[in-house]
Write a protein that binds this ligand. Structure first.
Ligand SMILES: [Ca+2]
Ligand SMILES: [Ca+2]
Length: 135
């Protein structure tokens, strides 16, 4: 493929996804991962859950307006589909939130449009993201 974009050296086994997110005919490459800010604060025991979504052209350059920082890290593969039926690709990403070692992990599913705007999110009425608790 020849793409040479810069990511954060994430070692998780998530795959990239491809789709056409701009006005040129070439496909773009989506990578979602924990951002450079994500990690555990050893002083407070809490986690920074800032994630990042990269959108690369096939020449390795980042698409204008990307990357996007997210509230929630991603350790799984993004999915591309036209969720809202407007004829443009959308991006489906699972986000995970880590708290202290005593707080269970929460997760949710977010849908972003081709510009990175959130179309829908798996939040419940409490404002927390709904999802399965880790055991
Ligand atoms: Ca394109
Ligand atoms: Ca769409």
């Amino acid at each position: 493929m020849g793409a040479a974009g810069s990511v954060n050296g994430c070692f998780y086994s998530a795959n990239a996804a491809v789709g056409n997110f701009d006005d040129d005919p070439q496909l773009e490459i989506v990578i979602a991962e924990p951002s450079e800010f994500a990690g555990r604060d050893s002083g407070t025991g809490t986690w920074d859950n800032t994630g990042i979504i990269h959108l690369f052209n096939t020449d390795g350059t980042e698409v204008s307006g990307w990357p996007k920082y997210t509230q929630g890290i991603t350790l799984s593969s993004p999915v591309v589909a036209d969720v809202n039926g407007d004829g443009s690709e959308d991006l489906i990403v699972g986000h995970m939130y880590l708290g202290s070692s005593y707080e269970p992990a929460l997760g949710g599913v977010y849908v972003y449009d081709r510009s990175g705007n959130v179309l829908s999110a798996g939040r419940n009425s409490s404002g927390r993201v709904s999802g399965r608790r880790r055991r």
